[in-house]
Ligand binder design. Structure first.
Ligand code: NDP
Length: 296
């Protein structure tokens, strides 16, 4: 391996430490802690793990956590009613609805019901539009984390050629907007892209957000490129019949060519929760009429 390993755990710990300091200062100033409400509908085990770790991180940062666990059979109307109550609750600065929702619930409708000022996932169309037009927004946590790692690695990314593989509303599209905001030259690739390996070979920065285990091969990577692997894929382990996590990039191959690369796990993943905490404390400041905290 020649690439530098980008340590997402360390970067996330640093952000979480700064968030905790900002939370303490906010409490001194306003007499209350920022609050994050999480909503989990159903019993999907992976979602339950994510929500639990978000709740734990909220407490560790000194914030209030309000956990709402609803059964699989919860109706859309009941969920919308809870979102409305949380919108109106002054103790709640951030509302996170864990996705995916059960099939009988219209996800877009639920996201649109969240007060954009409390939309700490940054999925509401108002926040997506604000990000696209360069206004202050609440920015989706995963791409925001990727940008943080890139800036930490490269300093300025102005003028760099970046390829984002994936165009979802939660990763690919906001990632592209953030990179444009930093004056990178951005290509967004997806399942209909022709000659994807050739497109990726042009890139100084590769962001893989596809959901296909080890799809991006080492010979797709331009020597010296920085590779950010968003993918989290569970695959069978060869030896013991258990499963292991792999990214969307064939790590061992790519690490021989790239200048720096994120591992899976331990790369982008930890940043997602750190940015959620960051968004919550920023939302609390904005809702209280305070300037955004300088430290974040
Ligand atoms: P989606 O399934 O919503 O989007 C996947 C994107 O990849 C789509 O735009 C799709 O194209 C594109 N794609 C699929 N197959 C190909 C292909 N063969 N070639 C090129 N592009 C392709 O996924 P998400 O954006 O939600 O997530 C992507 C990955 O990131 C997943 O592995 C997910 O687990 C992970 N993830 C990790 C997070 C973290 O915290 N680290 C947080 C969120 C996601 P098209 O639009 O044409 O269908």
């Amino acid at each position: 391996m020649t690439a530098r390993l980008i340590d997402g755990k360390a970067a996330a710990l640093d952000i979480r430490r700064r968030v905790a300091e900002v939370v303490a200062a906010f409490r001194t100033r306003t007499g209350r802690s920022p609050g994050l409400a999480t909503i989990l509908v159903g019993e999907d085990p992976a979602s339950a793990v994510y929500v639990r770790s978000k709740g734990k991180a909220t407490g560790e940062a000194g914030m209030e956590g309000f956990s709402h666990q609803l059964t699989e059979s919860t109706s859309e109307a009941q969920l919308l009613d809870l979102v409305e109550r949380l919108n109106a609750d002054d103790q709640v600065d951030g509302i996170l609805v864990q996705l995916p929702l059960p099939k009988h619930i219209d996800t877009d409708r639920v996201i649109a019901a969240i007060d954009p000022a409390k939309d700490v996932d940054g999925f509401h169309p108002v926040n997506a539009g604000r990000l696209a037009t360069g206004l202050d927004a609440l920015i989706p946590c995963t791409p925001f984390g990727c940008l943080h790692l890139l800036k930490q690695e490269l300093g300025s990314i102005a003028g760099k050629d970046a390829v984002v593989i994936g165009r979802s509303n939660i990763v690919g599209k906001p990632m592209a907007m953030l990179l444009i905001g930093e004056s990178a030259t951005v290509t967004i690739a997806h399942s209909k892209t022709r000659d994807l390996p050739d497109v990726v070979r042009r890139a100084d920065i590769v962001i893989a957000a596809v959901g296909r285990p080890e799809m991006v091969r080492g010979d797709w990577i331009k020597p010296g490129a920085v590779v950010i692997d968003v993918g989290i894929n569970r695959v069978p382990a060869a030896e013991d019949g258990k499963t292991r996590l792999v990214g969307d990039v064939a790590f061992d191959e790519a690490a021989k060519v790239a200048s720096a690369i994120t591992p899976v796990p331990g790369g982008v993943g930890p940043l997602t929760i750190a940015m959620l905490l960051r968004n919550t404390v920023v939302a609390a400041h904005r809702r209280s009429g305070l300037a955004d905290p300088q430290a974040l």
